[in-house]
Design a protein around this ligand. Structure first.
Ligand SMILES: [Zn+2]
Ligand SMILES: [Zn+2]
Length: 258
C-alpha cells in the first residue's frame, strides 16, 4: 500500500471528478490520502470531503500564501479545530519567499502558531518552505528548543543543510513529482542520503504531475510514479519503498487508522 500524504482534493480542478479520483487512487494501491488545508476558514469543505470517503483525512491550517488574510489565527483556535476525528494534522503553514504572497512577518507568525498547536495536540505539522531555508531552519531550531513537535517538510525543494537540520530535529521530509524531473539530480542525491525511516511520498495534486504526466492535472493515483523514482534512487524495490514510506506515514500521522 502507498499513501498520498499531501493532496488538495478541495481545489476546483477536482470538483466534478472526486469519486473518480478516489477510486483510481484505490485501484493504484493508494490506501490513504490526506487533503491538506490552505485556509482555516475553508475547513468545512475539507471535512465534508473527508467525511465522504473512509480513506481520506484532512488537516487544518493557513498556507503561507494566505498568511495576511488569516493573520491572527491563534494556536488555541487551531487546537479547537483539530477535535474532529478526520482532522489528523496541522498545516500547511510555513514560509514561501518565492512568491510575493503573504508578508514574511505574517508567514512567520502563522508558522509559529501552527507549531504551538502541533506541540499542544501531538498532531504533526505539514510545513511548506520555499526559498526560505535560513529563516525556516532558524524558526525550527528555536521552536524545538521550546518543546518538541512532529512535522514534515513537504514537497521538499530546499538545500541539503536544511534537510539534514530537520532530520536532526526529528522531522520528516516529503517528496513530490519534482523528484521525477530530469533536472532534479541534487534532490535525488539528497533523498538517497536521508534516513529511510524519515521520508514520505506525496503528490501535492492537482499541481506537480510527475514525469510522464508532466503538464497534466496531477492526482493521488500518480504518487506511484514518485515512489518508483524514490525506490530507484534509494536502490530498493517499489514494494520496499511502499512498505517503508507507509510505515513512516502511520508513525507520523498517528491519528490515521492503520
Ligand atoms: Zn505546499
Ligand atoms: Zn500543498
Amino acid at each position: 500500500m502507498l499513501v498520498d500524504s499531501h493532496c488538495h482534493l478541495d481545489f476546483p480542478d477536482f470538483s466534478d471528478d472526486l469519486d473518480g479520483i478516489v477510486s483510481r487512487a484505490a485501484a493504484a494501491g493508494v490506501g490513504r490520502m490526506v487533503t491538506i488545508s490552505t485556509r482555516v476558514r475553508k475547513l468545512d469543505q475539507l471535512i465534508a470531503i473527508a467525511e465522504r470517503y473512509d480513506n481520506v483525512y484532512c488537516s487544518v491550517g493557513t498556507h503561507p500564501h494566505n498568511a495576511d488574510e488569516e493573520d491572527g489565527v491563534s494556536a488555541d483556535e487551531l487546537i479547537a479545530l483539530t477535535k474532529h476525528p478526520k482532522v489528523v494534522a496541522l498545516g500547511e503553514a510555513g514560509l514561501d519567499y518565492f512568491y510575493d504572497n503573504g508578508s514574511p512577518e505574517a508567514q512567520a507568525r502563522g508558522f509559529r502558531a501552527h507549531i504551538a498547536a502541533a506541540r499542544a495536540t501531538g498532531l504533526p505539522l505539514v510545513i511548506h518552505t520555499r526559498e526560505a531555508d535560513e529563516d525556516c531552519g532558524r524558526i525550527l531550531e528555536e521552536e524545538v528548543a521550546k518543546g518538541s513537535f512532529a512535522a514534515v517538510l513537504h514537497c521538499y525543494t530546499g538545500g541539503r543543510e536544511l534537510a539534514l537540520k530537520a532530520i536532526s530535529l526529528g522531522l520528516y521530509i516529503g517528496f513530490t513529482g519534482i523528484l521525477t524531473f530530469k533536472k532534479s539530480e541534487a534532490l535525488r542525491a539528497l533523498a538517497a542520503e536521508l534516513p529511510a525511516d524519515r521520508i514520505l511520498v506525496e503528490t501535492d495534486s492537482p499541481y506537480l504531475a510527475p514525469g510522464k504526466f508532466r503538464g497534466k492535472r496531477n492526482e493521488p493515483a500518480y504518487v506511484v510514479e514518485v515512489a518508483k523514482v524514490l525506490a530507484e534512487t534509494c536502490g530498493v524495490s517499489l514494494e520496499e519503498i511502499s512498505r517503508q514510506t507507509t510505515e513512516n506515514f502511520f508513525r507520523l500521522f498517528s491519528r490515521v487508522k492503520a
